[in-house]
Write a protein that binds this ligand. Structure first.
Ligand code: ZN
Length: 96
């Protein structure tokens, strides 16, 4: 993994104008002056919501198994619904 000079403190490890916070130690690099080089990666995640016929909505996030289990549970209770899915864009920073 590559490191690059911290942009926030320009490699000094301290921020003069933040002297009142944590002794001025740069929070971005924790005083080392270097940060891991990262790249921004955008991924699409599918999020699931179980919707009952009466309008109850349960958001299950990306947990498809949970959504399906809940759906089956509702059917067993004679409460019919369906599973909605939608694509959600997620940006993460990964070290390079
Ligand atoms: Zn820094």
């Amino acid at each position: 993994m590559a490191t690059i000079t911290c942009k926030r403190c320009e490699g000094k490890g301290r921020l003069a104008h933040f002297g009142h916070v944590n002794n001025g130690v740069c929070l971005s690099c924790r005083g080392s002056g270097k940060v891991l080089k990262t790249k921004r990666v955008t991924t699409l995640e599918t999020c699931y919501t179980v919707v009952a016929f009466n309008g109850t909505r349960v958001h299950c996030g990306t947990d498809k198994a949970k959504a399906e289990a809940l759906h089956v549970e509702w059917i067993a209770m004679n409460c019919h619904g369906h599973i909605e899915s939608r694509e959600v864009k997620k940006t993460t920073h990964v070290p390079v």
